[in-house]
Design a protein around this ligand. Structure first.
Ligand SMILES: C[S@@+](CC[C@H](N)C(=O)[O-])C[C@H]1O[C@@H](n2cnc3c(N)ncnc32)[C@H](O)[C@@H]1O
Length: 213
């Protein structure tokens, strides 16, 4: 299920007011939610410079009196600097039982077998398409750690989330294929390797509601 369908499957039906945190420079998901008749506010310091649903601001800067029926963050939570206070703010902006819908990457879960598979597929892509590949799986892991240094890992995010939200849904998801292309790694292939315990899932999806509201 793609990101938009997953998010739509977890939100209350429209009309409903929803917030997307970290909409990115394209605002693709926010535009899809707008097209599905939601009342959308999509924030990000790098949001599209357009009137309407987009606002160029951080979650920390959102006015306290705004309330939403659902809040979504796709691959954004691990970037939030002060995660605990940011999640307090997210909880305060949610109506009771309003879902927090997350799609995330547990970058710290990349273990050796997963890195070896990632590297083999990266090399296959380099051989056919001339793209770049790390010299070894070991080097790929070192580069991966450097790219993510200072960002929150899975356990750290879960601890902060679980202190404030009650889980409604959770799934591990393929993620490495996003860095490759269909000629060497599809979502289905990565999922089957995860299910066979040959590699580890890096991606995850979570839905929770504020606890104690
Ligand atoms: C990896 S990108 C994901 C963008 C988009 N959701 C996607 O999936 O393509 C993370 C985004 O979070 C935004 N971001 C980082 N800190 C933020 C904050 N405190 N409040 C709102 N957005 C933030 C960044 O500007 C960036 O666009």
């Amino acid at each position: 299920m793609d990101t938009t369908r997953f998010v739509l499957s977890q939100l209350p039906p429209p009309p409903a007011r929803v917030l997307e945190i970290g909409t990115g420079g394209e605002g693709t998901l926010a535009r899809a939610l707008d097209g599905a008749d939601y009342d959308v506010v999509a924030i990000d310091p790098a949001a599209p410079q357009e009137e309407g649903i987009f606002r160029r601001l951080k979650i920390e800067e959102l006015s306290d009196d705004e309330l939403f029926h659902g809040i979504i963050a796709v691959r954004t939570l691990h970037h939030l600097t002060d995660l605990g206070p940011a999640l307090d703010k997210i909880r305060d902006h949610l109506r009771p039982r309003g879902p927090l819908v997350l799609e995330e990457i547990g970058w710290d879960r990349l273990d050796e077998p997963t890195a070896e598979w990632f590297h083999r597929q990266q090399r296959a892509l380099a051989a056919t398409k001339g793209s770049e590949a790390a010299a070894s799986a070991h080097e790929l892991m070192a580069e991966w750690r450097d790219e993510h240094v200072g960002l929150h890992g899975y356990e750290a995010m879960r601890e902060e989330i679980d202190a404030r939200f009650r889980e409604r849904f959770f799934s591990w998801e393929p993620f490495v294929y996003h860095y490759l292309d269909d000629s060497v790694a599809t979502e289905a292939l990565e999922r089957s390797l995860i299910e066979a315990d040959a590699i580890r899932a890096i991606g995850w999806r979570y839905v929770g509601e504020p606890s104690g509201k």
